[in-house]
Design a protein around this ligand. Structure first.
Ligand code: PLP
Length: 416
């Protein structure tokens, strides 16, 4: 995959056997045999370094953050705020611009309700693309319905690439925000987000990028991209579930109203009214997920220790190998053949429904996702109900792809 922007990192030599040994679950037998874990688009597995960091937190640092003056509270606060620094550095942001959320979904909802809804008027438009995940569609539909605005989606070509000219043509005086996925979870398409942001900004339109499938696979520099909002989830980048981040330009965060109310997001409270904490805390009501933040930071350390360029090169080679192997399976059709593509292989077969294919693959120890992948409009675009999706991570190898291909030939012989 092509990197959007690179930063130097001191990385270990890329050693697949060593990396695999650092993910304990990969040694777990499934259905009595070897696991080929190819469901990284849904969630990634966690390395020892992440498990250890979270375990260490609960054993040696756990207390509530920001409040108490005792030693443990100080340790917890230092570790938690240190994680914010780490995540900010990974994305090329300032620490005040990193809001902790439960994941990409919550980050997008925060922008929808706190930033856009108060600015949205009857007849306004929110510009999406035809390949968005439901979490980058439904929040916009919900606020559009409240404001009498509408959601507009730009079309894709048959390779699953965004029609950039059509996307540009949809921009008009009523467009209030554009939201676009960085890497499509279903097609693997890598969108030219830098170009799109440039076009949108030329019309004064802010852009949200859904980075759920990007941050573990390519270097993201929010300042170089000049993106207004960037949403991501820890669990798709070798970190824990239920944790993520919204990057937002400071000027936007300052102008946004709070969303969730509660402890820590206030400066003062009286029955006459309340005043708000500084950003980003204004958006972090209640006791946060300290271990989640620490686990996410450890995951980003782990990624950088392997080196994003080496990870990207490895995954790209696997993508090419996987594409060639799937081409040898009779009656198999790839969905998503963009020129710029991440490690996602979505396909259908003429002999069996994706659900049945998934069941045969599972019996062979191959973990893939089947279904609409939370992209129902995309399924409609391609005239299919579902696909089988094999999605790659840094610990995958040729053996996983061989196991997948063998199982697909078996599907062929079973359902012919
Ligand atoms: N956007 C994309 C492209 C995704 O792949 C996903 C998850 O599959 C999401 C958003 C939602 O992420 P989360 O469920 O972690 O909030």
């Amino acid at each position: 995959m092509t990197a959007a922007a690179g930063r130097p990192a001191v990385a270990k030599p890329f050693d697949l056997a060593r990396i695999r040994a650092e993910f304990p679950i990969l040694a777990e037998p499934v259905r009595g045999g070897r696991l080929a874990y190819l469901d990284n688009g849904a969630t990634t597995q966690k390395p020892e370094a992440v498990l250890r960091a979270m375990d260490f937190y609960y054993r040696h640092q756990n207390a509530n953050v920001h409040r108490a003056t005792h030693d443990l509270a100080e340790r917890a606060t230092l570790a938690y705020e240190g994680a914010r620094d780490r995540i900010a550095r990974y994305l090329g942001a300032a620490r005040e611009e990193i809001v902790f959320t439960r994941g990409t979904t919550e980050a997008i909802n925060l922008v929808a309700y706190s930033y856009l809804l108060p600015r949205l008027r009857q007849g306004d438009e929110i510009l999406l693309t035809g390949m968005e995940h439901h979490s980058n569609i439904v929040p916009w539909q919900l606020i559009a319905a409240q404001a009498g605005a509408k959601v507009v989606a730009a079309p894709l070509n048959d390779a699953g690439e965004l029609d950039v000219a059509a996307w540009r043509a949809l921009i008009n005086a009523r467009t209030r925000l554009a939201a676009v996925v960085h890497v499509s979870n279903t097609l693997g398409t890598l969108n030219p987000v830098g170009t799109l942001i440039g076009h949108a900004h030329a019309h004064g339109i802010p852009v949200l990028v859904d980075g759920a499938q990007a941050i573990a696979h390519l270097a993201v520099d929010v300042k170089a991209l000049d993106v207004d909002f960037y949403a991501c989830s820890a669990h798709k980048a070798y970190g824990p579930t239920g944790f993520g981040t919204l990057y937002a330009k400071r000027e936007h965060l300052e102008a946004m109203r709070p969303w969730h109310g509660g402890g820590d997001m206030i400066r003062t409270v009286s029955f006459e009214g309340s005043t708000w904490n500084d950003v980003p805390y204004k958006f972090e009501a209640g006791t946060p997920d300290m271990a989640g933040a620490i686990g996410f930071a450890a995951a980003l350390d782990y990624i950088e220790a392997q080196g994003l360029p080496a990870i990207a090169a490895h995954e790209h080679a696997l993508l090419e190998e996987g594409t060639a192997r799937l081409a040898e399976v009779p009656g198999l059709r790839l969905i998503g053949t963009a020129a710029q593509k991440g490690g996602i292989l979505s396909f259908v077969m003429d002999c069996a429904h994706p659900q049945d294919i998934g069941t045969v693959l599972d019996q062979a120890g191959v973990a893939v996702r089947t279904g609409h992948h939370c992209t129902m409009p995309l399924m409609q675009r391609f005239g299919i109900p579902a696909t089988v999706r094999a999605s790659l991570g840094m610990y995958n190898g040729s053996d996983d792809l061989r196991q997948l291909a063998q199982a697909l030939h078996k599907v062929r012989s079973l359902f012919r």
